[in-house]
Design a protein around this ligand. Structure first.
Ligand code: IMP
Length: 452
């Protein structure tokens, strides 16, 4: 568990991938005609970056899925304002670095020359900086690295590590500080929304602004604005930096309040429409309940465990691991002491692999023909996976098995189960009544109490 992706070594390997994939392009760079340089640079960024993402996913992150789904559009104006506040603060960090000299001066000049060449070709430059970089870098640093870090560390630690990794990836001190600062905001928005939508938009705005600024001024990409200012202008600039910092703190306060209020998405890791209806009825309104149809999940949820607990965990993880969402799953069994606990974990396939509810009920009644002790219980194990932590609760309702099916409501064994203290079967009493007392309701109630 401790060495789960991403450790510092994994991050080093990712950087190495990028350097390795870039190498052949650096060699090509020298032999392409001058007029083609900017396009070559675009390719020399996009292809290695794409390959790095591909290799990272293949080696460390096979099951992860990327989510670019738009989140709440209402936040867009504030997100844009905060993005610019970060741009100003990030840009200010360049001013904090000493003037480069010696070895660093060489790197500094090389970097500026490269940037100039890219920025000089409007189309190739724009595509690289404002389109390709936001998508590719957010995919790698937020969609893969931060997503995995959030499973290992507390959120602020995870965001900090991903931001530093993002900074180091830029491979020079000027962009290191700047990218690390911006990485904090990009990471924060990813953490709160679990979507790459805002990180990509923010990244586009920031890089697009830098690109246009370079078109209209002769400022070097690695120079801070402050370096051009003196006296009163410098003072004004410092006030703007302070105001930007203030804006960031205020916005943070607002975002925290906003995200605490918005109902969190909770996915129901079940393909049983009856369970979906029941869980929706039982759970309180402060969850935004989603079904697997809202994900691109294909196929059937596997349940091959030998206990209800194992099955419930197996079901929930098939959703939480690839999609990085909160989810809830249950596994239920009807346990009959006279049948040594059968059908138990095999309730769904008691009469055979693809048995219908009716066939299962019939098999149960056949097995219990002439049996006097008709005691039975439904047991449900519910697993709630919240922020990658799993909470397990169970609910039991005792009752007895009738001699023939009664009622048309509910599903499964409802038509032959009469809960203690009642004379009707679950199938006769109707949804509302069943959902007040059922095994599932008891388990979900326990969860609710835990989180209230
Ligand atoms: P599952 O594996 O949790 O989906 O449940 C296994 C089987 O138990 C289902 O196929 C149903 O036959 C039965 N079952 C689950 N929940 C209920 C219930 O609330 N009432 C009656 N039968 C149920």
């Amino acid at each position: 568990m401790k060495n789960k992706f991403p450790t510092i070594w994994h991050l080093a390997v990712i950087l190495l991938y990028f350097i390795l994939f870039t190498l052949p392009f650096s060699l090509l760079q020298g032999i392409v005609p001058k007029s083609f340089t900017a396009w070559m640079m675009l390719l020399a960024y996009v292809i290695p970056m794409y390959l790095t993402i591909w290799a990272t996913r293949r080696t460390f992150n096979k099951k992860g899925k990327l989510n670019f789904k738009p989140d709440d559009w209402a936040l867009l104006p504030l997100v844009i304002i905060v993005a610019y506040a970060f741009l100003i603060v990030g840009e200010f960090t360049i001013f904090l670095l000493p003037e480069p000299s010696g070895f660093w001066k060489k790197i500094f000049d090389m970097l500026n020359q490269t940037m100039e060449e890219v920025f000089n070709n409007r189309i190739a430059g724009f595509l690289m900086v404002a389109v390709a970089a936001p998508f590719l870098e957010e995919t790698l640093f937020r969609g893969i690295i931060l997503k995995a870090l959030l499973k290992k560390y507390n959120p602020y630690m995870a965001i900090l590590i991903s931001a530093i990794a993002f900074g180091i990836f830029h491979m020079n001190p000027w962009q290191f500080l700047y990218a690390t600062v911006l990485g904090l905001f990009l990471g924060y928005m990813y953490w709160k929304t679990r979507s790459l939508f805002y990180p990509v938009i923010i990244h586009m705005i920031l890089n697009g602004t830098a690109f246009f600024a370079a078109q209209f001024s002769d400022m070097k990409a690695t120079e801070g604005l402050a370096e051009h200012l003196t006296g009163e202008d410098l003072q004004k600039y410092l006030i703007v930096v302070a105001l930007s910092l203030g804006t960031i703190v205020l916005a943070w306060y607002f975002f925290e309040k906003y995200f605490a209020q918005t109902p969190k998405e909770l996915f129901l890791a079940t393909q049983n429409p009856h369970k979906i209806t029941e869980i929706k009825q039982i759970l309180p309104d402060n969850y935004q309940l989603k079904s697997l149809k809202d994900l691109d999940f294909e196929g059937k949820l596997k349940e091959t465990g030998s206990t209800l607990e194992e099955n419930a965990l197996q079901k929930v993880r098939q959703i939480t691991i690839p999609y990085d969402v909160d989810a809830i799953a249950d596994d239920t069994g009807l346990e009959v002491p006279a049948l040594n606990g059968a059908p138990g974990v095999y309730s769904a396939r008691y009469a055979g692999k693809n048995a219908t509810y009716e066939e299962n009920v019939q098999k149960l009644l056949d097995e219990m023909k002439g049996v006097e002790n008709r005691e039975a219980q439904f047991r449900t194990v519910v697993v709630y996976s919240k922020d990658n932590k799993e909470y397990v609760v169970s609910g039991v309702i005792k009752g007895h098995i009738t001699t023939e099916p009664r009622g048309t409501g509910g599903f499964g064994y409802d038509s032959v189960f009469v809960p203690d203290g009642y004379s009707q079967t679950f199938a006769e009493m109707g949804e509302t009544e069943k959902n007040k007392i059922s095994h599932r309701a008891i388990a979900l109630q326990k969860l609710k109490e835990k989180f209230d």
